[in-house]
Design a protein around this ligand. Structure first.
Ligand code: 2BA
Length: 146
């Protein structure tokens, strides 16, 4: 059985826990795989959002997607990096939440996703909610209970 306090935590809106969009490393539709490789390498993140010019979320891009796009039969075709556009290799199957969604919904999703993308009511990218932030909130809650 879930206690009343746990219910409070699970019912909290995620808005206050998100890393806002201006702090999130991203690439834009039309950017080259070469540019994306530089962003991923410099930031150190393994996967980042792809946004359009109106800041709407379009997909996710990871190092693996870039590597796969330049894998030839005999060798890695580095020369293709500048020609390949991120929109042709990104993953469009993304875990997305709204700013008004609850902690519980986020908790269910972060089991399978390292971070969740958050959009506002107009579909504009608002930021991300990371597994780290969710775990920190849970830890705070569990320790308070002891
Ligand atoms: P990963 O890049 O695979 O990072 C896994 C975990 O490693 C991160 O977990 C964080 O604890 C640590 N980490 C990796 N790179 C870091 C860095 N440059 N600075 C500080 N810590 C770093 P979370 O914080 O839970 O993040 C989960 C995922 O969310 C990351 O997976 C990344 O794909 C994405 N992410 C987090 N912050 C981001 C940001 N500011 N911009 C873009 N993507 C971000």
């Amino acid at each position: 059985m879930i206690s009343t306090n746990t219910k409070d935590l699970l019912a909290m809106p995620i808005q206050e826990f998100i890393i806002s969009s201006e702090k999130v490393a991203h690439v834009q539709m039309g950017n080259s795989a070469e540019h994306a490789l530089l962003v991923l390498t410099r930031t150190g993140y393994s996967s980042i959002p792809v946004l359009d010019l109106k800041y709407r979320l379009q997909g996710l891009l990871s190092m693996k997607m870039i590597t796969e796009s330049i894998l030839g039969l005999e060798h890695i075709e580095y020369e293709k990096l500048a020609e390949i556009k991120v929109d042709t290799i990104m993953d469009q199957d993304i875990a997305v939440l709204n700013l008004t969604d609850t902690f519980q919904k986020a908790l269910d999703l972060v089991i399978n996703h390292a971070f969740l993308c958050i959009v506002d009511e107009e579909g504009t990218f608002a930021g991300i909610l990371t597994r780290r932030v969710i775990l920190k909130q849970l830890k705070k809650y569990i320790y308070q209970k002891e």
